[in-house]
Design a protein around this ligand. Sequence first.
Ligand code: GAP
Length: 510
Amino acid sequence: MDFKNLISHCKEYGFIFPSSEIYDGLSATYDYGPLGIELKKNIKDYWWKSMVQMHQNIVGLDAAIFMHPKTWKASGHVDAFNDPLIDNKDSKKRYRADQLIEGYAEKIEAKIQKDVAKAAKKFGDAFDEKQFRETNGRIIDRQKKIDYAIDTMNQHLKDGNMEGLKNLIDELEIVDPEGGSRNWTEVRQFNLMFSTQLGAIAGEEGKIYLRPETAQGIFVNFLNVQKSTRQKLPFGIAQIGKAFRNEIVARQFIFRMREFEQMEMQFFVKPGSEIKWYDYWKQTRLQWHKSIGTPEDHLRYHDHDNLAHYANAAVDIEFKFPFGFRELEGIHSRTDFDLKSHQELSGKKLQYFDPADNESYVPYVVETSIGCDRMFLSQVSLALQEETVPDADGKDSTRTVMKFHPAIAPVKAAVLPLLKNKEELVKAATDVFDKLKGHVICQYDEKDAIGRRYRRQDAIGTPYSITIDFDTLEDNTVTIRDRDTLEQKRIKIEDVAKVVSDNCTMNTIL
Ligand code: GAP
């Protein structure tokens, strides 16, 4: 299903609304509706259970959003959490310089893909894409252009060379995607942190930031947690919480927002063992995505060539969103950079006494960091489908269905009396609903014909629909319909809660 339809489906069924919509919305800010919060909660539960419940050596934390301003000096965010911005003087539009250059490279790559597809069609089974890319003159020239643009950009970004970025944009003759003009301003650095004032203290002294990542709350609490839980290295601290970034180019729905949620885990290890743990978490996190049903061809690793100043290894897990492969999660080997910086600026020791070696040291850290909203978008984009199925009369009909993994589906079961004007059926259905509601989130629906009610449940991804009919009154059985196979079976009322719970539990995938 295309991306526009996905966004309108999310609104129509109460997954996601634009924020403050009656005032025409606030850009890059969204509200989660009744079904959205259930799905989001289930995604968070899946992460929390896999991380905290399943690991004896990972514990949780919920640090405040506001932190001492020195935190962000130590972490490098005050000085280096910048985006390089450029304005077009004609259209007055503002862009990220690096994204303009990446866009230039993507356009060339699209041309290459077109040539590859053509050749694949022509040569059929005998086609070898790798060989074709390495030997076709036109593709080699195009690839050289891409490599030149990206390598030069990366070097300038690394050196903080804004003039170099501007010159590169001119040299590549990049035009404003909106107006087509090449009348650009200089490139300037723009800090992405939101700031506000603390209490009644005016000016710079009272300036505090809304955290741009949850990780720093974990670092400053490292010793509090280690001492209070008596954890020994290696151990991890997990946290789910809001983060804020004044993103300049915020688009693609909930992919890039100004207020979003992160699920982060910092794993503290002995220096020298970090790459072993980095590899462990790289594998473990990819498996987590596969276990919830994300197909392998929608996931890939993207190793970072240019490492941030604090990292000695970093990889993204990218997901194939409707607009292409993009970062879903990051795994970073952050060395001892953060703990050491906080130790230096605060003057408080942040060291671990290792009883095995009888020595104290600042641990190294391997971080896993995933955006909850991006995970939400990945699951919605996989789940939402249109397909042809037989209707009640056996004729083909089209249905919109969300095929969520049952463990994260917002509503697990719908209870449907066959007719709403038969008191006995309504009473029996209400009894079934009352028995089920203590186990799982379920909905009671008596409006419209049964086929239309099935379609409504398909559209929100409910794995099971339970119909109460006249046989129910005779033999205490109900029909249970499977969302994906459409198979209908009769089961006893007393088994309904167990069947639904057993099939929707997270236990099987943890
Ligand atoms: N502590 C490390 C860190 O914050 P990051 O790559 O900047 O690293 C981690 O962010 C994850 O947070 C990303 O992989 C992405 O899923 C999510 N994320 C980052 N910026 C976001 C935004 N503006 N909107 C939604 N999610 C975002």
